[in-house]
Write a protein of this length. Sequence first.
Length: 453
Amino acid sequence: MEKNIKGWILEKPIGAGSTSIVYLAHKAEDSKLKAAVKVYKKEIEPKLEAVFTREISAIAKLDHPHIVRVLDWGTSPYFIAYELLEKTLEERVSEELLGFNEAMNIWVDVASAIAYAHSRGVIHRDLNPRNIMFDEENCVKVVDFGISAAVTEKIRTTLLRPVAEEVGLGTYYWSAPEQFKGYSDERSDIYSLGKLLHYLATSGGILPDKFTRAHLDSYNYPEELKDIVYESCRENPAERIQSVEEQIARVNSALSQAKEVELPEEEEDYLALGDMYYILMNYPLAEHYYKKALADNPEDTFILMKIGDCLLKEGKWSEAEKYLRKVLEKTPNNAYMWYLLGLSLYYQGKINEAVEAFRNSVTLNPYYYSSWLWLGLASAYLGLSAQAINAFNQAYWLNPQFSISISCPDCGGRLFWNPYKGTWYCPACKKYFTVEELIEKIYAGESFGFFIY
């Protein structure tokens, strides 16, 4: 990598993903002018060629106080220079408990930015707490419109390609279901804004991909806001709230009648609070209280495991690895911990280490179906077809109904494993796919899928 890209001096990497590396940089002629420069990797340049200039041109023209400013961009290599920001919303939520009014102000600022982008013909398509940041004055900024349409959809998370910043909650829980079928529009952002409204109202609560209105009853925020969350996140886009402007108007109306939501007292039982928020899928808040409980019991392997589990569900793979290794130092024969460690390694791209962890898990507990399944996935990623087929077969005999959320590349239906042929099978179009064929199609961008443990 060159130190100087089109007049930007790259100082050090500050972030990385499957498609790009982000550097702290400054202008060659003015060292005080800092920026975050995203440099795309050479292997995805063929996907960028047809769309980069058109898409980034539209994004660079967006001028809104809550949208990150594009300072510069170019090709050969492909890069985008953004204004330098301080912290993500995910980081803030994991470090502090947001007051209800502050949280709602953040949501309104984000939604106003998305409404403005829609009015200019730009859809975000990947709105999540990692793509919402704050500047040094604590002003909210929506970032990473991601070459909005064509590129993001082509390089979205796949089953066999681990993507640290996209595989976990950042894609699975936040993106609308139609995006994994290859289409999206403004209503896809409305879906993500609905998930974000719940996240902020609960200071970190995560909703599953499918939920009922009754699922929201146990949460402590106004009923009118729960109605908006549910109506924003309907699976069928036609049944959702149809514009961000309507979302904002309804939220403001609900907030005008709402009272401040009180957070629990700090002197309460931290472990019990962590368990409560874990059950509610509020993993950042569960992590917060588990860490408080750990301060009083620093050697407690159960609390260490719970923190590692929360971090996995938040997509913080490297931090999860550290906690899980601490547990394994004390309990090296814990098959479940080896399984969780394997997941954290897989999603960091440490595939060989992940294979070893999953293998340790099935050695200690050969009846653990999920470890066999993930051993198959990791082996397939490495091109170890025979090992992958054996692992998939073991998973099948332990759970004959197992399947994973990967789309058939021909019809979009769900694939099932056939142990007699050692292939994946689509009942809808009655086609078989070998491990090798499926990997090839996934890498070609023809099939999208994901798997959540």
